[in-house]
Ligand binder design. Structure first.
Ligand code: ATP
Length: 248
């Protein structure tokens, strides 16, 4: 049997339309409770990989053309988003996409929509844990999400995902558009989530941040794995330093 709570992506190929090979034979594992970073330039296929796992590839034209995805013993290849959430894998989408007209509280409740058979007491307990992790959300629980700052919206999107009590969180560009100070705060929270036992697969343009956060990293280059290894090792690699850390 497969190790529990381990994400296992094997030989994944995703094609958009007939000709855009967004991913080709990509394999990647996230061990139970580990943090893995996915790096790469624009268009390398990072979001496509997360969307293939979470079952949210665009309906028109995004298709898994080959390979398998499993979480522990549960096959996820081609499954609907609700099934993936039920298996314990939840994505925080890029661009955050909070419901701006709804209150912070109702946004968190929306994170329970895909959750089956766990009841109200568990939802309340999950919300309290999230408010403890993000005190600013507790202060603003009755405010419309659209009034939050960018960093606070990122926290809300992460909180909403945590409402489902994932075993693995898929984070797409958590630092996008945020000031360095806010980014550092988000990074601390990601670490806390990891310390509480949740696995994290994080896509980041900010390679320095990603390598600092992760145990293991994988660099995608036009749809293929170009490099992978322990994050500390990749931080020392000449290629990574030159291409992704902006060093000469
Ligand atoms: P970014 O950091 O810019 O989001 P990325 O590494 O996440 O980049 P993807 O968004 O996964 O990359 O895109 C991989 C490739 O697939 C790119 O060539 C992109 O143009 C193409 N692509 C992405 N979404 C679609 C789509 N819905 N239809 C057609 N092609 C797409």
């Amino acid at each position: 049997p497969a190790p529990p709570d381990t994400l296992d992506v094997r030989d994944l190929t995703v094609v958009y339309g007939r000709s855009v090979h967004a991913l080709q034979d990509v394999s990647l594992q996230v061990p139970a409770g580990g943090i893995v970073a996915l790096l790469g330039a624009n268009g390398a296929g990072k979001s496509t990989l997360l969307r293939a796992v979470s079952g949210t590839l665009p309906m028109h034209g995004g298709a898994v053309a080959g390979g398998t995805i499993a979480f522990g013993d549960t096959p996820l290849t081609g499954r609907a988003p609700a099934d993936v959430v039920a298996a314990g894998v939840v994505q925080v989408p890029e661009g955050r996409r909070v419901f701006s007209g709804l209150s912070v509280e109702d946004n968190l409740k929306a994170g329970r929509l895909g959750v089956r058979n766990r009841g109200r007491a568990d939802a309340r307990a999950a919300a309290e844990q999230i408010y403890a992790l993000f005190p600013v959300l507790a202060e603003r629980r009755r405010q419309a999400a659209g009034l939050l700052s960018g960093g606070e919206q990122q926290m809300l999107a992460m909180g909403r995902a945590l409402m489902a009590r994932p075993r693995l969180l898929l984070l797409d560009e958590p630092s996008l558009g945020l000031a360095p100070q806010i980014t550092a705060r988000i990074a601390r929270i990601v670490r806390q989530i990891h310390e509480q036992g949740t696995g994290v697969l994080v896509v980041e343009q900010n390679a320095a941040l990603a390598l600092e956060l992760a145990d293991h990293a994988c660099v995608l280059d036009v749809g293929r794995v170009r490099l992978e290894g322990p994050a500390a090792e990749l931080s020392r690699s000449d290629e990574v330093r030159r291409l992704y850390l902006g060093e000469q």
